[in-house]
Design a protein around this ligand. Structure first.
Ligand code: FES
Length: 301
């Protein structure tokens, strides 16, 4: 098995016109390179501002393999910090989310940090006298992620200085977020309720590819979507369609539905399982996807 980190030619040869080598999905060395070069230099979704509505609220996650914490600081600004104590590298915020109050406190030796990451206090500080601590990076506190952007309350971060600027990286693919947020009657979204988490024992690219793979829904989701569709058909005429049915039912649509739904591939690897039809407000069931002439492939459940 080649050492891809030391063999640029072998790395390039993994992807050819019309075929991709399986090592792209299975080789630990390729994965490590992706973490280092791809995830560090691209804009990665961190979380939604509504997950940290109050000062001191935080939400922890990772960018690639790097733990980060999204926090609303004492001035109300949403920040993304490396979730790493500058003393000896301990993860500072160990819960998935919560409110840290005015300070983060490292669980190892108790160094305390303000919610903007700056060092607040150190136990036994006199013991560091004449060590030059004040001139070290550690004295700066928890390191902020340098590149953070919020788009319609979706918070993105880029770890390294390299890579494209936010607008250049996303380009027209941001219309996917507009499409989602514009469905809200109040013009904004809120992350509510508990997180639904899936553990996928596969390479991360398999999941990304699955999002624009429309040959599988009517096969792989038949048990759930088929059940929702059958139950819906048993409802009396005129029953308002439940939003859950709105979501599930199209999964049982034929291939022609997906062929016409407006899938787009944007530059820089973005994909959008698009919406060809318009979005309009409906009668108490929330916003619905348009049907009719502008959406000829739509097959009502
Ligand atoms: S590792 Fe955080 S205070 Fe020591």
């Amino acid at each position: 098995m080649p050492d891809y980190s030391a063999n640029a030619e072998a790395l390039r040869d993994l992807v050819r016109e019309g075929e991709v080598h399986r090592d792209v999905y299975t080789d630990p060395g390729v994965f490590a390179l992706e973490m280092e070069r791809l995830f560090a230099n691209t804009w990665v979704y961190v979380g939604h501002a509504s997950q940290v509505p109050n000062q001191g609220d935080y939400y922890t996650t990772t960018i690639g393999a790097q733990p980060v914490v999204m926090v609303r600081d004492h001035t109300g600004v949403v920040r993304v910090l490396h979730n790493r104590c500058p003393h000896k590298g301990t993860k500072v915020a160990s819960e998935l989310c919560g409110n840290t109050g005015r300070l983060f406190r490292c669980p190892y030796h108790g160094w305390a940090f303000r919610t903007d990451g700056k060092l607040h206090s150190i136990p036994l500080k006199e013991g560091y006298a004449a060590t030059g601590l004040e001139n070290t990076e550690a004295a700066q506190g928890m390191t902020p992620v340098r590149h953070v952007r919020e788009y319609r309350e979706f918070v993105f971060a880029k770890l390294a200085d390299g890579g494209l600027a936010f607008e250049a990286y996303f380009g027209e693919s941001l219309s996917s977020l507009d499409n989602m947020v514009d469905r809200s009657p109040v013009g904004r979204l809120e992350v509510a309720g508990a997180v639904l988490r899936y553990m996928h024992r596969c390479n991360w690219k398999m999941l990304v590819e699955n999002l624009t793979d429309t040959c599988h829904p009517m096969i792989a989701h038949e048990s759930s979507a088929g059940t929702a569709t059958r139950l819906w058909k048993q409802q009396p005429e005129g029953t308002p369609r439940h939003p859950a049915v709105e979501i599930y039912a199209p999964f049982m649509s034929p291939y022609s539905f997906y062929e016409s739904m407006g899938i787009r591939v944007w530059p820089n690897g973005h994909g959008h399982t698009g919406v060809a039809g318009r979005v309009f407000r409906d009668d108490g069931c929330g916003l619905r996807r348009g049907t009719g002439e502008d959406d000829p492939g739509h097959q009502p459940a």
